[in-house]
Design a protein around this ligand. Structure first.
Ligand code: NDP
Length: 487
């Protein structure tokens, strides 16, 4: 009997997705390259270990693996993103038949996916770039899956991918068709950026609590659990509570032993680069990426702290009051971050012609993935009510939410500034909100400066929009304008 699907790449994601697929009744073929000196016998180790006595067939030869699959063949690659995917595609092409479907489930750059969709379609094959979120646990028990690319292959792949997706509270699978080209990987990239933002915001909340309150780790953990019953209900808040409580065998808290240097694999950076390329502000996620970098300057920070004689703030705050401020600031800032992220999606959709359904994207992030949270339901609702919404912050529901949180949010940022505590993401969110809702910004001065030194021209409030004029500021220049800077 031929297999329903093949998985290439038996690292943590590939193994767990395979077991998940098998548990849903699919017959799965698996293949992992065997490279002398890297690690040998990966396939055999899996088939005689976790996959033993299951409907999983292992192959050490790529050709035999491909031949074991039912037509049209569905092959999901779970290998390291970048050149390994291209190398694998090159090896697979001569082995495929017309109509076969390649799925890249790794964290590929969406531009690579765009290129690969075109490359494979030209040869008569299909290519789907599917972002998969949820880590090891999601891969095994239900992930959030964001497939995009060759839409004609979706009908064949849909039952398989939806069967291994997480289910939201209403039972809907967290896997829906995203759109053409690299849209699935683009949406996954934005998801990862939002994840960076959420993590930074939660860390700032922890930082404020630790710096300004006498709370123990257990008390902070209880506070996060309490927040997890309200509007902040989310996976990351939930695991934060577990993390804060977790103790080593010797009874000490693990969190207090972890070096304050954050790592990153680059998906946050990509998100910000792409937002910049689309001309969209993504302040909060950019701040989160930059803060990880600053955190990595540990030695410099220690020296600088001594040089500036930074003292720990005094713990004179009323716990209940401060916690309400932190909770509201966290919520409002998170809202700003999602508003920015969805605005980037909207812009990308328009620019690349993907016709993204923003409500559907919010819904498929409700389960399985790292940013799953209760308030994605409200985001979905806001986009259902107005699919053309410019910013989530302008949706009636969120407008009220922001107005309710604002007094606490302002208070917290001012406390942090006074106490010299960095809360870059929370304050960047507040400033974004202030800018977005300012009917007048000092950009007139920027325009004047641009015109002064570069004759870049400006629009006047007493002339129609689109009429650009130049002033001879110094009285000695010519009236020659620069024509190229008005965009
Ligand atoms: P890794 O990203 O560590 O990738 C390891 C796998 O890639 C191994 O099977 C390895 O084979 C294979 N590989 C590496 N180079 C090549 C090559 N040149 N040709 C063929 N195969 C190659 O594994 P993960 O399971 O962590 O991730 C798989 C994909 O899923 C990645 O794109 C990752 O970004 C993405 N992802 C990971 C998540 C996670 O939580 N880990 C979550 C969501 C997505 P070998 O054993 O021979 O070295």
């Amino acid at each position: 009997k031929k297999s329903d699907i093949g998985i290439i790449g038996l690292a943590v994601m590939g193994e767990n997705l395979t077991l998940n697929l098998e548990s849903k009744g699919w017959l799965v073929s698996v293949y992992n390259r065997t490279v002398a000196g890297v690690e040998e016998g990966v396939v055999d180790r899996f088939t005689s270990g976790r996959a033993k006595d299951k409907n999983i067939v292992g192959f050490n030869q790529l050709g035999e693996f491909v031949n074991s699959l039912q037509a049209p063949r569905k092959i999901m690659m779970m290998v390291r993103a970048g050149t390994p995917v291209d190398e694998l595609i090159e090896q697979l092409i001569p082995l495929l038949s017309a109509g076969d479907i390649l799925i890249d489930g790794g964290n590929s750059n969406y531009k690579d996916t765009e290129r690969r969709v075109e490359q494979l379609e030209k040869k008569g094959f299909y290519f789907i770039g599917a972002g998969v979120s949820g880590g090891e646990e999601g891969a095994l028990n239900g992930a959030s899956i964001m497939p995009g690319g060759s839409v004609d292959a979706w009908r064949d792949v849909r039952p398989i991918l939806q069967s291994i997706a997480a289910k939201a509270e209403d039972g809907a699978p967290c896997c829906e068709w995203i759109g053409g080209g690299g849209s699935g990987h683009f949406v996954k990239m934005i998801h990862n950026g939002i994840e960076y933002g959420d993590m930074q915001l939660i860390s700032e909340a922890y930082f404020i609590m630790k710096a300004l309150l006498e709370s123990s780790n257990d008390e902070m953990a209880d506070c996060f659990s309490h927040w997890n019953e309200g509007k902040l209900k989310s996976y990351l808040i939930e695991i934060t509570s577990h993390i804060l409580k977790y103790k080593d065998a010797d009874g000490s808290y693990v969190i207090d032993k972890i070096l304050d240097v954050a790592g990153q694999k680059g998906t946050g950076k990509w998100t910000v680069i792409n937002a910049l390329e689309l001309g969209m502000p993504l302040n909060l996620i950019a701040t989160a990426v930059f803060e990880r970098t600053i955190s990595a300057w540990k030695e410099i920070r220690i020296e600088a702290a001594q040089a500036f004689n930074r003292e720990a703030p005094k713990k004179t705050y009323v716990t209940e009051q401060l916690l309400v401020e932190v909770e509201n600031s966290l919520y409002a800032s998170k809202l700003v971050s999602y508003a920015q992220g969805f605005s980037v999606l909207k812009q990308a959709s328009e620019e690349f012609g993907w016709m993204l359904d923003l409500a559907a994207i919010a819904r498929l992030w409700r389960g399985g993935c790292i940013i799953r949270s209760a308030f994605l339901n409200n985001i979905a609702k806001a986009f259902e009510e107005d699919p053309q919404l410019f910013s989530l912050l302008l949706a009636p529901y969120f407008k009220d939410e922001i107005l309710n949180a604002l007094p606490y949010w302002k208070k917290l940022v001012s406390v942090a500034v006074r106490e010299e505590l960095p809360v870059p993401a929370v304050s960047s969110a507040l400033n974004y909100f202030y800018s977005l809702t300012a009917s007048w910004l000092p950009a007139n001065l920027i325009q004047a400066q641009r015109d002064y030194f570069g004759a870049h021209t400006f629009e006047r409030i007493d002339l129609p929009r689109g009429v650009y004029v130049h002033t001879n500021w110094k009285g000695d220049g010519e009236n020659t304008k620069s024509g190229s800077y008005n965009a």
